[in-house]
Structure formats: structure tokens, C-alpha cells
Design a binder for this molecule. Sequence first.
Ligand SMILES: *[C@@H]1O[C@H](CO)[C@@H](O)[C@H](O)[C@H]1NC(C)=O
Ligand SMILES: *[C@@H]1O[C@H](CO)[C@@H](O)[C@H](O)[C@H]1NC(C)=O
Ligand SMILES: *[C@@H]1O[C@H](CO)[C@@H](O)[C@H](O)[C@H]1NC(C)=O
Length: 238
Amino acid sequence: MRTFLKLVVCAVMAIQSVTARSAPLAAGNVSFPKYNRLSMNDTAILLIDHQVGLQALVKDFDTVGFQNNVLALASIAKELNLPVVITASVPEGPNGPLMPEILEMFPDVAVVSRHGEVNAWDNPEFRAAVKKTGRKQLIMAGIVTDVCIAFPALSAIEEGYQVFAAVDASGTFNEVVRYAAWDRMSQSGVQLMNWFSILCELTRDWRVHGPVMTDIILKHLPEYKNTMITFNQTQSTN
Ligand SMILES: *[C@@H]1O[C@H](CO)[C@@H](O)[C@H](O)[C@H]1NC(C)=O
Ligand SMILES: *[C@@H]1O[C@H](CO)[C@@H](O)[C@H](O)[C@H]1NC(C)=O
Ligand SMILES: *[C@@H]1O[C@H](CO)[C@@H](O)[C@H](O)[C@H]1NC(C)=O
């Protein structure tokens, strides 16, 4: 009998939810932000505090996967010739130097070493470097998400920049902290993206940027690399 009642209740609920879904959307003008695409001509990439000592704090990604994500984002900047701003917080202290791969990739970029400012945006040299890029869309990534990315992201939004946080090239202590930081940022208008969606939105068309897309994918997205190789093999055996 109980089971029968439960079934009836479930059936009624199911009917209600179908009715609710098929009803027209509630009256009112709900407005959503317009689709604000990354443009190669408007974008700069800001790499913030990817320091070897701070990497020990990143627990929301596995170490190898995280490094790969950071280097993928850096490669996007490099291969698409985007302006890059790099900063480190007290690199002579326990935070340690920047990831050597990043330094090697951008030998001509002067690293802004901060000697106190937690929020990179509080450092005049950093702000000047960002301004000098002339770009209004800023992609930020770094360690830790809740501090080294969230703080400058919120500051830059306030100054009228469009800010995109590269969430998989930014890491922190655990998932609770990460979600709180993502929530805080996105409520203020920061867009959360991953390196692959950044690559695809910047390049937009395989016919124009196929070689760059392929190169970065082959280096940093092994799953798709395998798909490409398998596809090539089937092509050549046909
Ligand atoms: C939506 O806004 C327009 C223009 O302000 C108005 O004419 C229309 O009645 C609104 N629609 C609803 C469903 O409120
Ligand atoms: C960027 O600028 C180039 C050269 O002016 C132009 O051909 C291209 O369409 C622009 N790209 C975007 C996404 O606006
Ligand atoms: C697939 O084949 C094309 C054409 O021969 C080649 O340019 C490309 O590098 C190959 N890709 C991979 C992943 O082997």
C-alpha cells in the first residue's frame, strides 16, 4: 500500500514537472550578460606567482596535470604572440623562484618581483606593465586561486578590464577554497575558463589557426593527440 502511494505521489510530481517545463518561461525580461568573446587582438595573459615553493600548496589538481595546464596556457600566449605580464611574490623567500619553464619560454619579459604586495594589482610596476599591453581582456592564472588570482581579478574588474580566470592553470589548497574563490570572482563578473576553451575561443577557426591549435594540442592534450594519431592511421590504411 505504501509503495502504491509512493508511486502515485511520484507520478503526480512527474506530471507537475512536465507541465512546469512545457509552460512558457515566466513573464518578465530576464537579461543575461552578452557573450563576451576573447579576441586575440584584445587579450593579454597575466601569469601570477607560479612559484616553485607555492606549487606545494596546490592540492586541487595533480602536480603533473597542473604543470601541464600552466605550460599549455603559457604556450597559447607564446604561439599566438599575446602580450604577457609575469609577476612573483617575494621570490627570494620561501615562495621560491618562478617555474623555470615559464622563465625559459619568455626570456624577453621582465618579471615584476613584488616585495610585499599580496595583491599584484597593488604593485605600480605590475599595473603599469598591464596598462602598457594596451589590452582590455586580461586572462589571469596563478597560485593560489583565492588570493593571487581572486584579488587582482577583482581589482582589475573594478578598473573596467574584462577579466578571465584560467581556472585549470590556477591552483589552491582544496576544493572548498577553490569553489569559494570561483564563486566570489564570478559574482563580480570574472569569467571562468580553462586553457582549452581559451585556446579555442582565441583562435576560433581551424582553417586560420590549425597549425597553432594542433601544435598545442599535441603537446598538452594527450587524449586528443591519441585520437589524432589513430585517425591518421585509419586514413593511411584506407
Ligand atoms: C520587456 O520589456 C519591454 C521593453 O521594456 C516591454 O515592452 C515588455 O512588456 C517587457 N516584457 C515583459 C514580459 O515584461
Ligand atoms: C585581429 O586583427 C587582425 C588584423 O587587423 C584582423 O585580421 C583579425 O580579424 C582580428 N581578429 C579578431 C578576432 O578581431
Ligand atoms: C596526421 O597526418 C597529417 C598529414 O599527413 C600530418 O600533417 C600530421 O602531422 C599527422 N598528425 C599526427 C598527430 O600524427
